[in-house]
Design a protein around this ligand. Structure first.
Ligand SMILES: NC(=O)c1ccc[n+]([C@@H]2O[C@H](COP(=O)([O-])OP(=O)(O)OC[C@H]3O[C@@H](n4cnc5c(N)ncnc54)[C@H](O)[C@@H]3O)[C@@H](O)[C@H]2O)c1
Length: 323
């Protein structure tokens, strides 16, 4: 089978590519390499295109047939989205619109979309279900919600179906494939802590220790990237078989505070983390924990790699292997 993976040179996208290659499928990567890296990809066809470049996109996708499109390509740094909201709406929403237009033109019917817990905003329940109100508090979250709304308006039973997968925090690495999380400018907690331990990043700043949580720091729900990409494949099969559209949360239904994550990193690496507290950051809800029952039942998803120790130890193996 042929699959298009937009953002396939990024962290999660490259794990999707590797997953599909292990199944002997043919993933084709579409990426503008704004944050993605070629070295995360084993031999595969690469379309070096920006989704906002309609003319080039149309030319490279003309007459191409894919069993499904996995759409990871996006800008995804919350703090940056406040500084330049327009670029987020342009890249994420217009990019998605262009992609769907080309899919329809070429009769490609299944899209799996990387959405985010950021669509919910500040939670009003302890465990967030898919029906939870959507009140994004950042332009990034808003751009993802607008994409979901756009996809809903494009859905048509016979010709175009999609699945919104709302991830909470992806982390960990696929050590057997020799890939992991790598960004020039890291903003995610676990790689930041591990980079700091390796001496490639200064002391860790913990943003806020006065949240309404048991130790005052933000609580997040982490899912192993390998469990995440497995869910994408399951979602594809569900749409192919049922010709309907769906939305699922993807996470681990367990919350860990920033300080707990730092402690797990210290335990796994046997090294001390140098950190200090500063003020809260804009756009950070206090607690984000998913209810994922719908995905477990709907796409028969059984995340087996997402114990926090496994997430951190696979991430550490990857980070420790970097020069
Ligand atoms: N990492 C997480 O914890 C997390 C959580 C929730 C949602 N998500 C979503 O998952 C997706 C993948 O996230 P990631 O962490 O792998 O990010 P990433 O930055 O590592 O990967 C994004 C990829 O998309 C490419 N890209 C960006 N804009 C593009 C464009 N206009 N045209 C072509 N390529 C483009 C980048 O070069 C990069 O390779 C994103 O949509 C993100 O919003 C991630």
């Amino acid at each position: 089978m042929n699959f298009l993976v937009t953002g396939g040179a990024g962290y999660i996208g490259s794990h999707m590519v590797s997953f599909l290659q292990k199944k002997n499928f043919n993933p084709i990567v579409l990426d503008n390499f704004s944050t993605g890296k070629k070295f995360l990809l084993k031999k595969c066809e690469i379309l070096n295109v920006d989704l906002t470049d309609k003319i080039k996109l149309s030319a490279v996708l003309e007459n191409r047939k894919f069993d499904a499109v996995f759409h990871f390509a996006a800008k995804s740094i919350v703090s940056e989205s406040y500084l330049n909201p327009k670029s987020y709406f342009n890249n994420n929403l217009e990019g998605t619109k262009n992609l769907v237009e080309e899919m329809k033109k070429n009769k490609n019917e299944i899209l799996i979309f990387s959405s985010s817990a950021a669509v919910y905003g500040n939670p009003i329940t302890k465990f967030i279900k898919e029906e939870h109100p959507k009140n994004p508090i950042s332009p990034y979250g808003e751009s993802k919600l607008l994409c979901e709304e756009f996809l809903a308006s494009e859905q048509s039973r016979e010709n175009f179906n999609y699945c919104n997968l709302r991830y909470f925090n992806a982390a960990g690495a696929d050590n057997l494939s020799g890939i992991g999380e790598y960004r020039d400018k890291e903003t995610h907690l676990i790689p930041k802590v591990l980079n700091s331990i390796r001496g490639n990043y200064g002391p860790i700043i913990v943003y806020g220790n006065d949240y309404d949580t048991f130790d005052g720091t933000c609580v997040r729900d982490f899912i192993h990237v390998s469990d995440l990409v497995e869910a994408h494949y399951q979602a594809f099969k569900k749409i192919r078989d049922e010709k309907k559209s769906f939305t699922y949360n993807l996470a681990n239904q367990k919350g860990f505070s920033v300080l707990e994550i730092i402690k797990v990193c210290e335990k796994i690496t046997k090294k001390k983390v140098n950190y200090s507290f500063s003020n809260r950051r804009k756009g950070d809800p206090s607690t984000l924990i998913a209810d994922c029952q719908k995905a477990k039942e709907g796409i028969l998803w059984n995340p087996s790699k997402s114990k926090i120790e496994n997430i951190v130890s696979t991430a550490w193996k990857w980070h420790a292997s970097l020069k």
